[in-house]
Design a protein around this ligand. Structure first.
Ligand code: ZN
Length: 292
């Protein structure tokens, strides 16, 4: 049986929030899974995937229970605010485990941790590139025990977050992954399908759906690395998202607003460009891309 609920939190800063939420109880006993999306509120393909997965789920096949929260940051979604929660400008996916005595985003992280992440045996958090971010589908995890789940999800690349990342997947006690597909503010059917299909395969791996995980072609990369510029200004990439790059290779340039190049950004290592900022507008020390 799948029920639709409205999740609320008692915290004074969060009292007005009414999160649509699904709860699925399987026909057989099994683990408790939390499925989330919309930690970044403009990553539409991942939000759509969480909703579609729950609407298509047949609980006669399910062992265990699923709590699904398709939009974890309602304020970011409603105000179309990429990366950060507009109320205090903080990135929810760098704020875990959160702090109930902190500001809005810290309190939200703490409430999500207490209500959804801590009670779960496994956590799958769906993401994609945000409003100004292109992305090659990949899964990221932080703890050793999460690697097999990241592999089973079956996206083309798997990478490991540098701990402590402050991401949802860093806050869980059991296996926890972030799976990413889609980007640049688009609702992309192919990305939605990838994430729905990956979620199904991850549940087979967890023994929550029958059949066992199907083998997928996955390339395991090393630790995920953020690449920031130094100067603010106008960013132009020189590489395609998904491209393999060599250490020292130019990843792009930052120009001043007269059009003069003020910085050439060299790759700090060999790797695959998993995502990059598509907006030319970057601030000082601005985040440009991620590779592994
Ligand atoms: Zn995200």
């Amino acid at each position: 049986m799948i029920t639709r609920k409205t999740l609320t939190f008692d915290h004074p800063l969060l009292r007005d929030l009414e999160h649509p939420c699904f709860e699925a109880r399987g026909a057989h006993d099994g683990p408790r899974l939390t499925l989330m999306a919309g930690v970044h509120g403009c990553e539409y393909s991942s939000i759509a995937a969480a909703t579609r997965f729950m609407r298509e789920l047949d609980t006669a096949e399910l062992s265990g229970t699923i709590v699904a929260l398709p939009i974890a940051s309602l304020e970011s979604f409603r105000r179309r605010s990429p990366f950060v929660v507009p109320i205090d400008g903080k990135n929810l996916n760098r704020s875990f485990p959160g702090d109930p005595d902190g500001g809005y985003t810290d309190a939200l992280a703490a409430a999500i941790l207490q209500t959804l992440i801590a009670p779960a045996d496994a956590v799958i958090d769906l993401h994609g590139g945000d409003m100004v971010e292109s992305l090659e589908p990949f899964a990221i995890y932080e703890s050793d025990e999460s690697e097999a789940l990241a592999q089973a999800f079956g996206l083309p690349y798997v990478t490991r977050a540098k701990a402590p990342s402050g991401m949802t997947c860093s806050a869980a006690g059991g296996p926890a992954i972030i799976a990413e597909a889609g980007g640049i503010g688009q609702l992309e059917e192919a990305a939605v399908e990838l994430l729905v299909d990956g979620t199904r395969n991850a549940l087979r791996h967890l023994g929550m759906l029958p059949g066992g995980a199907e083998p997928r072609s996955v390339t395991t990369l090393g630790e995920h690395r953020f690449v920031n510029g130094v100067r603010g200004g106008w960013w132009e990439t020189a590489v395609a998202t998904g491209a393999s790059v060599r250490e020292g290779e130019s990843l792009g340039v930052i120009k001043d607003l007269f059009g003069d190049v003020v910085e050439t950004v060299a790759s700090p290592q060999d790797g695959v460009v998993l995502w990059q900022t598509t907006s030319p507008a970057v601030g000082e020390n601005g985040l440009l891309l991620g590779l592994a």
